[in-house]
Design a protein around this ligand. Structure first.
Ligand SMILES: [Zn+2]
Length: 218
């Protein structure tokens, strides 16, 4: 049994530290070479747990190497129970390798076309890649809904000059089909806007916009 140590507390990054990070595919590859690296990479960024308590014994589990798909697992020191390293995480319902998910999410965040994201991770099934793209979108949508920002007005042009802010707004009708087949379910009109430069944006849903009701979005 080989014990592994997850990041020491000093290596666990704050949200501000994560936002400051700059990555490219090469640097990402260099920090995810071994079996443990993807787990450590995610644990450092608090996307996987850094500790786990055995419910039966009320003591801390340790991390050991295992033959499961992640090759690493939480294990109670008494030997009674094991838990997936993905327990209660964004990745807990997926069977994809963590390195595959990390690389896919990087490519998606870099705005690569879905077919290119898929090629970089040796192509999971089309449904799986669509699902993961939707998971990523859901996270962004949730953040936008819970952090609405007022856009417009005036802003700094980067040279110390106060100028009118440039904003872009648009509406779109969105809908989906269950399991990508069958009839389309009723959708919803989405209205959104973005202010370039400082990445302020908002969106909301409402009735079909026209001159009479364009101000009635949530
Ligand atoms: Zn236990």
């Amino acid at each position: 049994m080989v014990r592994i140590t997850l990041p020491v507390p000093a290596n666990i990054k704050t949200r501000a530290q994560v936002l400051e990070e700059k990555w490219n595919l090469r640097s990402l590859t260099l920090v995810t070479l071994t079996v443990e690296d993807p787990v450590e990479f995610l644990a450092e960024r608090r996307l996987l747990k850094n500790s786990s308590i055995c419910c039966a014994c009320n003591i801390s589990r340790t991390v050991i190497k295992n033959n499961c798909s992640d090759k690493i697992i939480w294990r109670c020191p008494t030997g009674r129970g094991k838990k997936s390293i993905r327990e209660s995480s964004f990745f807990s319902d997926s069977n994809l390798e963590l390195l595959t998910v990390i690389t896919f999410m990087y490519c998606w965040a870099k705005d690569m076309p879905l077919k290119n994201c898929s090629k970089e991770v040796d192509g999971p099934s089309p449904n799986t890649e669509c699902d993961w793209a939707n998971f990523c979108r859901d996270i962004c949508a949730e953040w936008l809904l819970t952090h609405p920002r007022v856009i417009g007005g005036f802003c700094d042009d980067g040279n110390g000059n106060i100028v009118p802010a440039i904003v872009e707004i648009d509406e779109s009708y969105v809908f989906h089909r269950k399991y990508h087949r069958g009839r389309y379910t009723p959708g919803a009109w989405i209205f959104g806007g973005i202010q370039g430069g400082d990445w302020r944006f908002f969106f909301g849903r409402g009735p079909k916009p026209d001159k009479k009701n364009s101000g009635s979005f949530d």
